[in-house]
Design a protein around this ligand. Structure first.
Ligand code: NAP
Length: 254
């Protein structure tokens, strides 16, 4: 029960990795606030968890919008109490017929959307939650980057995705330096290929090629990302901050 008495906010909380994060934190004794786009899916998820005796709250929000993030934080804070742990997990990776747009023909609105969801959301929620964490002298923040933030994998993701995942690493290190004196750790995860709905957007051949290049010769499981995230926000990692941890089975070893 490493997260007993903690309140964790997870974005993208009904997706592949998000659902595993929620499950992991609940099993470790936390109260968990779920934030995601789809209201019906979120309500169904919280109903399931409540039936199992867990304390959860759901706020439907488009995390690319500051006002929506603020409303979600208020809702979860009112239902669960002060939020001490933030997991910036929501992310999108647009594809067209199974492939990302090449940079020379990428739609500018699509670029803006990816920046909004993958990057701006992490700033918005950190901006909203850091003052309370500073006041209480404790906080944990993890953002979901990607190996695509460190190396080019242009057959799988677009330039917007790579750019936002790289930017999350810079954001993580900067925020870690600024917030560290206040007892707040800020880290990032860089998953490799994890078996979630996001994967089905690319051709199976691309995923098979990744498996051949992965030391452990398989895709990762969402729970394997959640395990490392929960470690980073637990007391066991109290002296770890400003780090980017690969959860990639030895793919690319960045
Ligand atoms: P996923 O299954 O598609 O889950 C993403 C979740 O975020 C979905 O529930 C999605 O809702 C939600 N979301 C999308 N746009 C949103 C918005 N504007 N506001 C709020 N929620 C929004 O993807 P995943 O594989 O679990 O990915 C989770 C994170 O891990 C992402 O940041 C991703 O980039 C990162 N990651 C994944 C992999 C991988 O191989 N799977 C690898 C590296 C990094 P909808 O379904 O309604 O769109």
């Amino acid at each position: 029960m490493r997260h007993e008495n903690r309140v964790v906010l997870v974005t993208g909380a009904t997706g592949g990795i998000g659902s595993a994060l929620v499950e992991r934190y609940l099993r470790e004794g936390a109260r968990v606030g779920l934030v995601d786009l789809d209201d019906a899916r979120g309500q169904a998820a919280v109903q399931d968890w409540r039936q199992q005796g867990h304390v959860v709250s759901f706020a439907a929000a488009d995390v690319s919008q500051y006002a929506a993030c603020a409303a979600a934080v208020e809702h979860i804070r009112a239902e669960l109490g002060e939020i001490d742990t933030l997991v910036n997990n929501a992310g999108i990776s647009p594809k067209h017929d199974g492939a990302p747009s090449p940079v020379q023909s990428m739609d500018a609105l699509e670029w803006d959307r990816v920046v909004g969801v993958n990057l701006n959301s992490a700033f918005y929620l950190t901006r909203l939650l850091a003052p309370g964490m500073i006041a209480r002298g404790f906080g944990r923040i993890v953002s979901m980057s990607s190996v695509a933030g460190k190396v080019a994998i242009s057959n799988i993701v677009g330039a917007h995705y790579s750019a936002t995942k790289a930017a999350l690493i810079g954001f993580t290190r900067h925020a870690a330096a600024e917030l560290g004196p206040h007892g707040i750790t800020v880290n990032a995860l860089a998953p490799g290929r994890i078996s979630t709905p996001l994967l089905s957007t690319v051709a199976d051949a691309a995923n098979q090629a990744v498996i051949r290049e992965t030391a452990l010769r398989r895709l990762g499981k969402p729970s394997e990302v959640a395990n490392v995230c929960a470690f980073l926000t637990s007391g066991e990692a109290a002296f770890v901050t400003g780090q980017v941890v690969d959860v990639a089975g030895g793919w690319l070893m960045t």
